[in-house]
Design a binder for this molecule. Structure first.
Ligand SMILES: Cc1ncc(COP(=O)(O)O)c(C=O)c1O
Length: 370
């Protein structure tokens, strides 16, 4: 096997592969002096709403802010509990906390997303909401989540940071609950050249409140209606996102094709538990923000891949939300904890070629079969 280098994510290429177009956009926006809340941002908000089928979209500074603003708009009071999965980024739980509530992390289910049975078991008189994370580009079984929420009268806000374009039964991630946030961090499937995020909602009242919160309390006419802050998406980033949204369908198809190669090459290894393969016409349409699997001897596998030039990632510093002891969690969640002993992410992005993916697979097979 000829050795090669396959970085986990090649950040310079996020710029270099589109350099001419990006410089053209930069020059064009710069010459207009269109830096804050200009046409490119409005166009992007309309395009994002149209793409997801949401009534409204608001560009915000990052998805963490977007999630927090969503909970602030919904209105959490001290002591209000919101159930989330412990297998998620800290930002999910942090948004509940910083908006004034109490995050309650629970177990993952067989699909490695929030377990609806665990959600039901965690509901008590203080529970006001559920926050599923549409993780790794896969949307949860939202029929179950919405039915639990409906029965118990709970709010749902989705962490769709990793899931733009992902669907459950034909409906876009982020459009099931009252509001959702999407991230445009550079390594996201739709990434800009810095921080960026969007909030989507179908609810007129939530839209008004998030809009005001993200722009100093001002409404769309500039009139101050409430207290707010600045969490706006830069117009230049919006212009880049408009450009990238044009080829977004192709990007998703490419990621699904990479997932299909991983599945075909690694599916027979009993030491691995792979994520679901891309299947047409199933309930789930996955966009593969990440290719996260569980592996026997995970740390040795990671090292074997590293010495062969392959970058991998263990999400979020190798810990689930409830395992960050300084944050005050006391709960034990054995399934999530086991998952974090075994999880690893393989390269999954537009910069890996088929040959790169086969090289990664050759090395994984070599590790287990010698
Ligand atoms: C699941 C999840 N939630 C929230 C966030 C926060 O997004 P941002 O970096 O745009 O604040 C991320 C980003 O990595 C994420 O993966």
């Amino acid at each position: 096997m000829t050795s090669r280098s396959v970085p986990f994510f090649n950040y310079p290429r996020a710029y270099l592969d589109d350099r001419d177009d990006l410089l053209r956009i930069f020059t064009e926006v710069g010459e207009r002096g269109a830096f804050i809340m200009q046409k490119d941002l409005r166009d992007f908000e309309s395009a994002l709403a149209a793409y997801t089928g949401a009534k409204y979209a608001i560009g915000v500074a990052n998805a963490t802010d977007g999630l927090e603003l969503a909970w602030m708009a919904i209105g959490l009071r001290p002591g209000d509990e919101v159930i989330c999965c412990s297998h998620t980024m800290l930002a999910t739980a942090a948004s509940i906390k910083t908006a004034g509530g109490v995050p309650v992390p629970v177990e993952l289910g067989p699909d490695n997303l929030i377990d609806p049975d665990a959600v039901e078991a965690a509901i008590n008189p203080r529970t006001v909401g559920i926050m599923p994370t549409q993780l790794n580009g896969r949307t949860c079984d939202m029929d179950r989540i919405m039915s639990i929420a409906g029965k118990k009268g709970l709010f749902v806000a989705e962490d769709a940071a990793q899931a733009l374009g992902s669907k459950f039964r034909g409906k876009h991630a982020g459009t099931f609950g009252l509001a959702a946030a999407i991230s445009f961090f550079p390594a996201k499937v739709l990434g800009c050249l810095g921080d960026g995020g969007g909030v989507i909602t179908n609810d007129d009242g939530i839209y008004d409140k998030v809009y005001q919160l993200h722009d100093h309390g001002r409404d769309i006419n500039g009139e101050v209606k409430s207290w707010g802050r600045n969490s706006r998406l830069d117009n230049l980033q919006a212009a880049i996102l408009n450009y990238r949204l044009l080829s977004y369908g192709k990007v998703i198809q490419r990621r699904r094709a990479i997932a299909a190669i991983y599945q075909a090459r690694l599916g027979g290894l009993h030491e691995l538990e792979l994520p679901p393969a891309p299947v047409e016409n199933s309930d789930h349409f996955d966009i593969y923000q990440n290719y996260e699997l569980q592996a026997d001897r995970r740390n040795e596998l990671k090292e074997h891949l590293r010495i062969n030039g392959i970058g991998t990632l263990i999400q979020w510093g190798g810990k689930a939300v409830h395992q960050w002891e300084r944050l005050g969690f006391t709960v034990k969640l054995p399934k999530v904890e086991r998952f974090f002993e075994r999880c690893i992410m393989l390269p999954m992005n537009m910069f890996v070629s088929d040959d790169d993916v086969h090289y990664v697979c050759d090395n994984v097979v070599e590790f287990y079969r010698g």
